[in-house]
Ligand binder design. Structure first.
Ligand SMILES: Nc1ncnc2c1ncn2[C@@H]1O[C@H](COP(=O)(O)OP(=O)(O)OP(=O)(O)O)[C@@H](O)[C@H]1O
Length: 370
């Protein structure tokens, strides 16, 4: 799939903008704080429905304005889709697909698939489990919108269950109603995470092996606090989740919190048997993320039948020459959007293969390289 065109009105530092994109490679070059990432953010917003930088939609509206408008035209092998988002500073945003308003924001997912790679992604390796869960959730939700709906329901039930636990005053607690619902949704989420992680692990291992010319073996493992096994199916997972809740109940009553379930899942990354988070060098951590991103592209293509678009926000300068070349070489069939402050690291030869845009203070001009 590809984005043919974007229109922005009063979005971030753009007053009015209309751009036609190249089907393969689009490069945004400019100094710091000119509006390069804002373009990538607008594309991401059309795919996921929220920014990757803020949870506050009002921040996306140009200062001193009341509304922001974003429109993208997406073309796929079989059809075209128009996504429009109107953000009002005072109320929630409105989304339209082919002129029809969406009632549920989750229905946006799957219309435009995206993989984002930014320096922030190192958090997937370095920081706490919530970053890794976000990575898993974002990806599966794009491939399988039902996953997003189930996750939303699970989180609501979890909140309610936690409220009951928090108000526990030493009486016998009857959590059965909450447990049933939690297990129903939670086990389903675990099944899909298990499938997703198994596939991403195979692909990431392959990518990593190629990038490191066979020197490093990358393993991605699912770390669930419900002791599930490879062969477990939905009914086994439900049973184990139920048992785990039963065993942990006294501690949950003491702590006033739900302590087992997919909201506590994690991922483990290992290179040649050693955990990347603890023992990996900066370079190994970056390469692990690169392998993961390339794996995401392949996985989405396998599921959706078309490559997602790829947003590379300021990451090229962080990779060494070998990895940059590997990345560019592997993106032949993927519509890619790159932001950069310098052109040199990109090492792209033919002008036919890309569109180059210069970004300066919320204005964009097309450039050609001499
Ligand atoms: N709501 C807003 N209204 C007006 N301007 C905004 C708004 N939000 C951000 N900006 C401006 O957008 C610019 C930042 O844009 P962006 O994050 O795209 O920069 P960039 O070109 O990617 O920079 P860098 O190379 O430093 O990452 C800043 O000048 C900031 O003041």
């Amino acid at each position: 799939m590809m984005v043919e065109e974007i229109k922005l009105i009063d979005y971030r530092n753009y007053k009015q903008l209309q751009l036609q994109f190249h089907p393969k490679l689009n490069i945004f070059v400019g100094e710091n704080a000119q509006g390069k990432t804002n373009i990538l953010e607008a594309l991401y917003l059309c795919a996921i429905g929220k920014s990757f930088r803020t949870s506050k939609d009002q921040e996306l509206v140009k200062i001193l304005k009341d509304h922001a408008y974003i429109k993208t035209t997406i073309s796929k092998t079989t059809d075209k889709t128009e996504i429009e988002i109107l953000i009002n500073k005072e109320s929630s945003k409105r989304i339209k697909i082919n002129k029809l308003s969406l009632t549920k924001y989750g229905d946006l997912l799957g219309n435009l698939n995206v993989v984002l790679f930014s320096p922030e992604d190192l958090k997937i390796i370095k920081e706490g489990p919530s970053e890794r869960r976000r990575f898993i959730n974002n990806d599966i939700s794009q491939i399988l919108p039902r996953y997003y709906h189930t996750l939303t329901q699970y989180n609501k039930i979890l909140q309610q269950r936690n409220k009951v636990l928090k108000n526990y005053k030493g009486k016998t607690l009857d959590l059965e109603v909450w447990d049933e619902q939690l297990i129903e949704r939670g086990a389903w989420l675990i099944v899909y995470r298990k499938k997703f992680i198994k596939r991403i692990a195979i692909l990431a291992k392959l990518m990593h092996k190629k990038i490191t010319e066979g020197l490093e073996l990358l393993e991605v493992q699912y770390d669930s606090n419900i002791k599930i096994k490879e062969e477990d199916e939905l009914k086994d997972i439900k049973e184990k989740f139920k048992q785990a809740l039963k065993e942990i109940k006294p501690l949950e009553e003491k702590r006033g919190l739900t302590l087992v379930g997919p909201h506590r899942d994690d991922l483990i990354f290992k290179i040649n048997g050693l955990e990347v988070k603890t023992y990996g060098s900066q370079g190994q951590q970056r390469t692990t993320v690169l392998s993961l991103k390339l794996a995401e592209l392949e996985l989405m293509r396998g599921e959706v039948g078309e490559y997602p678009i790829l947003l590379l926000d300021d990451v090229m300068s962080e990779l060494d020459k070998k990895r940059q070349n590997y990345l560019i070489k592997n993106l032949k069939n993927v519509q890619t959007f790159i932001t950069t402050t310098m052109m040199e690291p990109l090492n792209i030869k033919s002008q036919e293969e890309y569109k180059l845009f210069s970004v300066c203070n919320g204005e964009i001009n097309r450039l050609s390289l001499k």
